[in-house]
Write a protein that binds this ligand. Sequence first.
Ligand code: NAD
Length: 504
Amino acid sequence: MSIEAQPFDGHAVSPATQAFLAKRHGLLINGEWRQGRAGDSLTTSDPATQRLLASVASGGAADIDDAVAAAGHAFNGPWSRLKARERAGLINRLARLLERDAALFTELEILDNGMPRFIAGLTVSNCVEMFDYYAGCILGIEGVTTTPPPHVTADAEALTYTLREAVGVVGLIVPWNVPVSTLVLKLAPALAAGCTVVVKPAEETPLSALALGALIIEAGFPPGVVNIVNGPGETAGAALSAHPDVDKISFTGSTEVGRKIVQAAAGNLKKVSLELGGKSPVVVMPDADLDLAGPGVAMATFFLQGQNCMAGTRIFVHSAVHDALVERIVAFAKGFTLGHGLDPAVNFGPLISAAHAARVMAHIDRARADGARVVLGGQKLDRAGHFVPPTILTDVSPDMAVFREEIFGPVMAIHRFETEDVDTIAAMANDSVYGLSGSVWTRSLSTAHKLVSRIRSGQVSINCHGAIATNIPFGGYKQSGWGREFGREGLDAYLQTKAVTARL
Ligand code: NAD
């Protein structure tokens, strides 16, 4: 396949990225790159230009069998005999290689996903931090000593302690919206815990996982510790989640597929962690600082073109500040620069695919028909690429589909409310099957904390939105997921506790 030197709306990519795109990409199984058993491939294209980027090997159930077997051998072999310090050293080495190749990873994320450069750069540096953070946690993986049980101590001295052990072989299934970051969020703690893994990236964004695979080999991880099988969710993903020799699945993606994972996992009762969809509430009270809330609420919805699980997309605005706030949000959203993410001036990219852009447009059209008023955007851009501009809807009532369903696109739905009663407001905010994120905008400490304690979400921020960080646990209430990622809880997800009692 020939890749032109500057094919991306006239923006150049580095020679390293050109060389990467020109390669024949395989599956990483047992430390080696190989084609799938059926010889299948999948292609990936640039969402901003629709140009073909690369063709990569695509695996199926037989390749998943091979990858799981390799991960099982590695788990029972050299990997489990490494000292904690050696495991940490390998993860730190991987962090340094990722740091060295940050420009390549940034460009791959921009090209494969369409995200703007500032977001791609941030996600790659967060991944470096994530590896370092979890490598740093390894020496802190420790059990406790505890009181031995009475039936043993009745006639003898005894000692009881606990060990924290790796869960085993873990399947990591990730989405396309922040490809390398959703992967590293799982990979770093899984490796720190001592697990071995089979990674199934999203079909839309196979590239950064493959680039990371090359660094894993270069860092010197034993073969089989990390296996990477690109392929369709319905075959490769389903085979991984149903596999009897997989001890756990860690999944990030839609609630609909999360349900399928749970069903598939029932066969061997493997453990399951789920980071799923959201429809997060944003509550703006009459005493909010509107100069802060205008840009803040706009970014809550439009960051990453709304293709962001934490996106605040149900906006509740008190009547007293409704018009003034809408004016500020519209003014801010008009300032986005749409275009190719390689352009450093661009801060708003395309959606991932034509099919997804069509889904988002169908939501907008339905909202219009249901009586919502479009005050900004609302039309797909007439240019190459899957560009839907920031779209702001007012006069939205809580029963409209646009206010209830996850759209995963740049669509803000604003509902005007009259009350100042925190219980009534919280009940409105909680009227959703999801509970991932949320935010409250007010100058009153009391109102803020009363609302925070009543909103049923895994993350609620005050006068900001989606405040994630390496050491802050993140995850969903209700149908937004099971378990937490980030921080110590993210590591605990890959550990299990063994109680040991010794009669002395
Ligand atoms: P998706 O559920 O369609 O796909 C996610 C992954 O699952 C992909 O790798 C896909 O190939 C695989 N898959 C599909 N069908 C499968 C099956 N039957 N068995 C096993 N695997 C299967 O999600 P998406 O469209 O890639 O991503 C968007 C969704 O992800 C949104 O709902 C978003 O909210 C969610 N998300 C959540 C978080 C979070 O942290 N909570 C983060 C990012 C994205």
